[in-house]
Design a protein around this ligand. Sequence first.
Ligand SMILES: Nc1ncnc2c1ncn2[C@@H]1O[C@H](COP(=O)(O)OP(=O)(O)OP(=O)(O)O)[C@@H](O)[C@H]1O
Length: 236
Amino acid sequence: MVLLDVSIKLAGYEAEKSVISDIAFELNPGELIGVIGPNGAGKSTTIKTLLGLIEHWKGKVFFQDGASYTYIPERPIFYDELTLQEHIDFIAAVEEVDSEILQERSSYYLKNFRMDQHIHELPATYSKGMQQKAMLILALITSPDIYIIDEPFIGLDPDAMKLLLTTIEREKERGAGILMSTHVLDTAERVCDRFLLIIGGELKAGGTLEEIRVSSGRPEGTLYDCYHAINGYINE
Ligand SMILES: Nc1ncnc2c1ncn2[C@@H]1O[C@H](COP(=O)(O)OP(=O)(O)OP(=O)(O)O)[C@@H](O)[C@H]1O
């Protein structure tokens, strides 16, 4: 069973100008795919296209029937007037999360992300890292089949980062599939099962670290080495 099957031929913000082309991959249960590539390469555009947030595109995006998904955007989005507790209650109501499960999950993540003292504050007034944690908590309480996450690591403190990584492992064991864009290549190398390297709107390499090593001609290389070998390091 494939959770998500994507084959995007062309997509862009304007009808006549495509930003990405020929990006194809499948996301399986229990799998974490890392989407990597330089600034402006088309990572967010790929994610927005498969979420249906881009108007002009051609290709195929197939979500497994009945699969639930959650999107965690790069820039957190909140309702200005709602506290974190009210956000949690609202999302739980919309997603029909059982109240006992909600209680258990929300108190675990609030405590461990050290946000339990801030539940009655407005997320709009939080620091960047706190906003990031709040977005993660709101995603995690719904326990979806698929997570689509745009750069989760930047801005998190070391404890939050550790919790996120153990949570990702646990969610994978549960059978969730995760598609995650990131610039943090050393962490990506440790946690991702497969990679999509997007450069200039195209999929330049894809697969496991071993496969990326073969495509980059760096058989012993780190993900970082392979990335530079394919992208070209302009300061060399
Ligand atoms: N809202 C938009 N309207 C028009 N063009 C956009 C918009 N958002 C992004 N673009 C363009 O699309 C291209 C790809 O951007 P995208 O945000 O997908 O890159 P990215 O790989 O996610 O980059 P980063 O690593 O900087 O987040 C860029 O040339 C960018 O200028």
